[in-house]
Design a protein. Sequence first.
Lengths: 535, 279
Amino acid sequence: MNKNYTFKIGGEAGFGIMSAGLLFSKTCSRSGFHIFDYAEYPSLIRGGHNVMETHFGVGEVFSQERGVDLLVALNQETVDRHQGELKGGGGVIFDPGEIKVESLAKNFPVPLRKIVGEIGGPKVMINNVALGAAVGVFGLDIKTLLGVIGDVFADKGEDVVGKNQQAAQAGYDYVKKEDYVLQKLDTVSQSQKKLVLTGNEAIGLGAMAAGCQFYAAYPMTPASSILHFLAAKAEETGMIVRQAEDEIGVINEAIGASFAGARSMVGTSGGGFALMNEAVSLAGMAETPLVIVVVQRPGPATGMPTWTEQGDLQFIIRSGHGEFPKIVLAPGDVSEAFELTVEAFNLAEIYKTPVFVVSDKYLSESHRSLERSAVKAAALPKLSKRSLKANSYEHLAGGYTTELSEERIKHVDKRNQKTETYLKNHFQGPRLYGSQRADVTLVGWGSTKGPVLQAISNLESPTFSYLHFNRVWPLNSDLVGAELGKYKKLVLVENNSTGQLGQLLRQETGIEIKDKLLKYDGRPFYPEEVLKHVS
Amino acid sequence: MLAKDFDTDYAPTWCPGCGNYGIWTALKEAFVKLGWKPDEFVVVYGIGCSGNMNDFVESSRFHALHGRAIPNAVGIRLANHKRPVICVVGDGDCYGEGGNHLIHAARGNFNLTVLVHDNRVFGLTTGQASPTAGKGYQSKSTPQGVIETPVNPLALAITQGVTFAAQGFAADMPRLSDLIAAAAKHRGFSLVNILQPCVTFNKVNTLEWYRERTYKLDDKERTKDEALKLVVDSKRIPLGVIFREERQTYEGSLPQLKDRPLVEKGPFSDLGSILDDFC
């Protein structure tokens, strides 16, 4: 059984909620805890309601959960919306001059704005004061937070770092003076600092480790942070990172670069991917290796840009007109995001066809702690020879256009054969987490892994297990059908309204999973919801 | 090298009298003048009658999607900037479907040569009006006559940042061949708009029609304003180098490409230093 703690900070956009949450996550990680953080924010630059929560514990943390130990409210809206989430024994840090908190277990009023005023910092620094206070009430070491601030803000200069540290220290000192205590947590010893990474950062690192030389993208939430990360490191890694004029330009440039011998990748979300579809077909026909990252968000059309969904599985599998092979990988957590991106580059070179890495906002933007050893540069995928003669028409070897019947059959068969070869040589079936004799086996793909594993890990003797698909297309029907047949009762769990993996499994194996746990409100699953459904 | 060294085993399939033959001949002559060998450069073809040249010219080649030759060419340039890249595209392809890419590649001044077969129709799809068709042009898709005024490709290119803009004529092969060679030699984004008839579908913009309106420009240097004045004149069509200037290319501005082409660089191996930021 895991005992995890939850820190949650809320306020208006523009008040550094996200960075405050990350600072707290890193402080917990450096204190030896495992973390998982999760943010919700509207599609706005200022105002609105932003929240960031860090879940931390001694053992592995797989997802967010209901129940808040410490709520840091930088505005009234945060109290009004979230005080109902407090656990018995939970507390609230807030500025009594600005915010009213009724009753509640432990109130920790801290004059955030007054303290910032005394230091002479900008108003946004109330989040630092609050962070220092949070560290104090949890009984963590303020020096750890100060160290994190120093590292994270290093490039903003000594002045800024100093002021931020001063604010944090002041918040800490205040709660110690007032003897505010929520917990008395001990630092956990660890041999090496863990990494704190989002899915997108893991994908970026995977690309670097795989020798990616060219990355192109058009800004689109929630894929943009891959572009920002790779662009920031471009000179250091020698990668060319390019923001092209539109998604059609993006993917065609990457195909050109790949044709000429560079390992190439593009990244986008559903709507941008829709624009790329013709070129997906081109990569299949011209046989140019290409890695395509799709970070899903709720659709259709513009949808809900800053929220999460697993709504594009069938679209991606069927993308690009015409029949040609494609490989679709769907990492379930940050560690898989790194590994499968590296694998994607390898598969793209071997099969000379588009390979997809499918993520979603929930995986891509949440941080999770990871052992450093999980992110090591593997042997570089071998670059396949480039013919330098490519054609979007049906063509002969040598790249000449053809319309002959026998040639067409030959080349369609050649392309389709790649699917069979992959299924024989590289496909891996789903992986079971938990007992094979469990009463219920949840079946899912991608990021539902986190909440389901958290639900399993929260119980002494879980009665359910999780069958996790992270290689979703093509599927080896015999292997997958046999696997599904091993379990007592199957329950489909997906972050969409139509159960797309379920449809795929029925198509490929004839097995229909009738019991479906589907969530499509833009939010990820919570372990509590999973538990409720299987009980 | 001789021009015939750039022939393949496939004979062109264009209509007899098509301007493409003239452009094809001039292009091969230009390669000879440049002293290039077939494996030393890449041609990126669009989709259209002109794009079928993919099968008739010996070289490294990429037969792109309709409208997308320019971004493919940009990617090819960034992967290996030592290799010259020529785009052979049509007016519908480049100015219609691919118009956005032209604008932004011009802004970047990628070291590319774009040769546009401008016959004012979509030939391969049987004759619909193209973006360069005159206002009022009647075609299968525009029986009431085109409502829009035509794209002005040279004005567009010049204002968006190409550093070499020229116009040629398919019937004047020697001069066209020189223009193509000059465009290819130029360090930066070169656009050559090549006027040609479509003998099968375009009964308006015939060889005669062009001969009545085109004139040869002198070789002197011109400011951007002077160049624009020449190309916005709808009555007279200039032939020759219209505008030329020097500006650092996109490839030349990338520190990643300072030492060697992208494809010749060794892999990045110091993940450790980047990981430190994540602890």
